[in-house]
Design a binder for this molecule. Structure first.
Ligand code: ADP
Ligand code: XUL
Length: 524
């Protein structure tokens, strides 16, 4: 009877799930999470990121993520589980962020001393103290340079699945190389957050999976290999600094001696880590087409499986390799949970009173609308942040509550059209998916049933399921993906929210007004 551990290093926190699979029995036997700001205040983050004078620059300390890993593995080891049965571990991480290691890192990882905390042994391994993360939008210039060098944005999208995006790793690496060529030169390995965290467990530089490598503007989507033209357009010698790309269920080694000796963990297999969105695809059981998932986390994302890599002609979205085979389409919004929190806080509400106001206001909000671009937005691209109101008085609390939820859901619907999925059902996940008032608006706007999950963190569940799938494939007892996710990654049948027909027709009309409002604001 084996146990599988899934970890998730996200923007605001770190979480873990242990699952057990035996015969017909499927159970989640351990769940834990921590918030970086609260559990590790010594790193000085707010919502997981360091203070910055320029709103376009967003970085986090990679040492903090290592500290969180140390705390979480201790919790897992001391949870009273029969931990010697732990067969495999995998992980999920916020996508696009990059960690820069110098030439001493490999040796430091190989000889970690189990009697000392991880963090104090890693202080010398970085060629850059901070990691730019997905919220960063400071690389417009590098995006233009890379796109031009490879024959334009459409050519880049055709090859890598996305036109150049500010937060993607390639443009971020180029900016670092331009700003500090010596530190770039001293970088032996550029990791994504996923491969960095996996390296800490492995005690050596770990490879990266195709799902997360798709978020770099550097990988050829059809060959699953780094694309030489993009590497050349990005920075010199980059081919020697990036991890090798492997497929989603690859066994990359075993948990290093450090973790075994420090916490009494067994030499469990390590399965390559992936990005949070690809992991959530697995953790919500999206292994067939016709379904969409919407994650309402720090970012709001809408995504679904795709058999073929059909590129978004509007240039707003992405195609990634799916860890469950084939591809996935994804559109990402930066002003997600933190924007909802801004409105909630500015009117002094709790989530309960926020939800009551949402329920008490009518669909369509009497034509009152807003665009919640508190921070630079990814979809559509907005460089100069600002809140735009239409017929909405600044002191109208209930009006703002309904307006932000409707705006976000209409933006999700509008910018998911390119996937051309005939949506049978939506699986809602992420921190805000506990909020049924928000999910009712989602059902009405999309005209589709919406479901919730028992497991709060479907990214770490997806990682645990990838650990299970990779482990069994490696031991000659392979499962297909439908078998692997069955009984774990299934929505709660009693959670179904159905669209209200009258509201659905209001939103069908309103969607065009919203699209025009968005276009007018962008033209300003
Ligand atoms: P991450 O992307 O960092 O993994 P989560 O998926 O954990 O983030 O989501 C965290 C967010 O969930 C918080 O920022 C908070 O705004 C939101 N949240 C938590 N509870 C509620 C609620 N009841 N209603 C709406 N949003 C909520
Ligand atoms: C996806 C994206 C975010 C991050 C953080 O492209 O930028 O969803 O993965 O969750």
């Amino acid at each position: 009877m084996s146990l599988y551990l899934g970890l998730d290093s996200s923007t605001q926190g770190f979480s873990a799930i242990v699952i057990e699979r035996e015969g017909d029995r499927r159970s989640v036997i351990f769940e834990s999470d921590l918030s970086f700001d609260e559990a590790l205040p010594e790193f000085g983050t707010t919502h997981g990121v360091l203070p910055s004078r320029d709103p376009a620059v967003v970085v986090s300390p990679p040492l903090m993520w290592a500290a969180a890993l140390d705390v979480m593995l201790q919790r897992v080891a001391r949870a009273g589980l029969d931990i010697q049965r732990l067969a495999a571990i995998s992980g999920s991480a916020q996508q696009h962020g990059s960690v820069y290691l110098n030439a001493s890192a490999e040796a430091a990882l190989a000889r970690l001393d189990p009697s000392r905390p991880l963090v104090e042994q890693l202080t010398g391994v970085f060629s850059r103290d901070v990691a730019p993360i997905w919220m960063d939008s400071s690389t417009a210039c590098e995006c233009a340079e890379i796109a031009e060098a490879v024959g334009g944005g459409a050519a880049l999208a055709e090859r890598t699945g996305s036109r150049a995006f500010e937060r993607f790793t390639g443009p971020q690496i180029r900016k670092f190389f331009k700003q500090d060529a010596a530190a770039y030169e001293a970088t032996a390995r550029v990791h994504l957050v996923s491969s960095y965290m996996a390296s800490l467990l492995l005690g050596a530089n770990a490879p990266i999976d195709g799902g997360d490598a798709s978020g770099t503007n550097l990988m050829d989507l059809r060959t699953n290999a780094w694309w030489p033209a993009a590497l050349e357009a990005t920075a010199p010698g980059l081919d020697r600094k990036l991890p090798p790309i492997v497929s989603g269920s690859t066994v990359i080694g075993r948990l290093s001696r450090y973790w075994q000796a420090r916490y009494g963990l067994p030499p469990a297999q390590l399965i390559v880590w992936s990005g949070d969105n690809p992991s959530t695809l697995v953790g919500t059981g999206l292994v067939r087409t016709g379904l969409l998932a919407i994650s309402l986390g720090t970012s709001d994302t809408v995504f679904g499986p795709m058999p073929q890599p059909n590129i978004d002609s509007t240039g707003a979205a992405h195609v990634f390799v799916s860890p469950a085979g084939g591809y996935m389409g994804l559109t990402c919004f930066r002003n997600g949970s933190l924007a909802r929190e801004r409105i909630r806080e500015s009117f002094g509400l709790s989530w309960d009173t926020f939800s009551q106001m949402l329920d008490a206001t009518p669909a369509g909000n009497h034509g009152r609308m807003l665009l919640p671009w508190f921070e630079p937005e990814i979809t559509p691209r907005v460089d100069r942040p600002g809140l735009h109101r239409h017929d909405l008085a600044p002191d109208d609390g209930p009006g703002h509550v309904r307006a932000i939820v409707e705006a976000q859901q209409m933006a999700l619907a509008l910018h998911a059209r390119w996937m051309q999925v005939d949506v049978a059902a939506i699986y809602a996940t992420g921190g805000a998916a506990v909020n049924r008032a928000i999910l009712q608006v989602m059902a009405d706007v999309f005209g589709a049933d919406v479901y919730q999950f028992d497991v709060g963190n479907t990214a770490s569940l997806g990682a645990a399921l990838r650990a299970l799938h990779g482990h069994l494939a490696g031991t000659g007892r392979p499962l297909n993906w439908s078998e692997a996710v069955a009984g774990f990654a299934e929505p709660r049948t009693d959670s179904r929210l159905t669209p209200n027909a009258a509201n659905q027709s209001i939103y069908r009309n309103l969607l065009e007004s919203y699209a025009q409002f968005e276009a007018r604001a962008l033209a300003q």
